[in-house]
Design a protein around this ligand. Structure first.
Ligand SMILES: [Zn+2]
Length: 157
C-alpha cells in the first residue's frame, strides 16, 4: 500500500470526489502509484493538526507516502479573513513535517476553481495545450543546403 495526501480547504463547495479523480489523473501522468488518496480538510488548506495526525497514522501503519499536495481555491473565506498560509509557505511546512516523519515525497501545489472544482497544477499551466511556435523565421531544410551554396562550391572546385 502507498498513500497520496492532499490538503484542501474546509469550504463546503469543494468536492472530494471531483478532486480525487483529478489527483488520480495527475498521479497517472507522473507515473506514481498510490493505492489510497487521502484528502484532508483544514481552514485554507493549511497543513494543520489533521495533516499531522494523518502522517502519524500512515507512519504507524508503515504505509509509504508517495505524493503530497496543497491545493488552494478561489473565493476562499479563510484567505479573505487572513487565515490562509500562502501556497509556497504551506508546501514548505508540509515538506518539513514529512521530512520529520522520514518521508520525502514530491510536494506539489495547485489551484481549484471553486465553481466547478477544476484543478490546475502549478507546474502544469493551462496554456500548455496551446500550440507553440518559435516565432517568425524560415525553417532550415532537412538537407541543410540550398542551390546557391551548391553552385558556389561547384565553381570553387
Ligand atoms: Zn477556503
Amino acid at each position: 500500500m502507498a498513500a497520496a495526501v492532499v490538503a484542501i480547504c474546509v469550504d463546503p463547495r469543494l468536492s472530494h470526489e471531483l478532486i480525487r479523480v483529478q489527483v488520480r489523473q495527475r498521479l497517472d501522468r507522473s507515473g506514481i502509484r498510490a493505492d489510497r488518496i487521502f484528502i484532508l480538510n483544514d481552514v485554507g488548506g493549511n497543513p494543520g493538526p489533521n495533516f499531522l495526525n494523518t502522517i502519524q497514522l500512515l507512519t504507524r501503519m508503515r504505509e509509504p507516502i508517495v505524493f503530497c499536495a496543497v491545493l488552494h481555491h478561489d473565493d476562499c473565506l479563510a484567505a479573505q479573513h487572513g487565515l490562509r498560509t500562502d501556497l509556497p509557505g504551506a508546501a514548505d511546512r508540509m515538506a518539513a513535517e514529512l521530512s520529520r516523519a522520514n518521508a520525502r515525497p514530491p510536494v506539489l501545489t495547485g489551484h481549484i476553481r471553486t465553481q466547478n472544482n477544476q484543478l490546475l497544477w502549478s507546474d502544469e499551466p493551462e496554456w500548455r495545450y496551446v500550440p507553440f511556435t518559435f516565432g517568425p523565421g524560415a525553417p532550415v531544410s532537412s538537407s541543410g543546403q540550398d542551390p546557391k551554396t551548391r553552385a558556389s562550391k561547384g565553381a570553387a572546385g
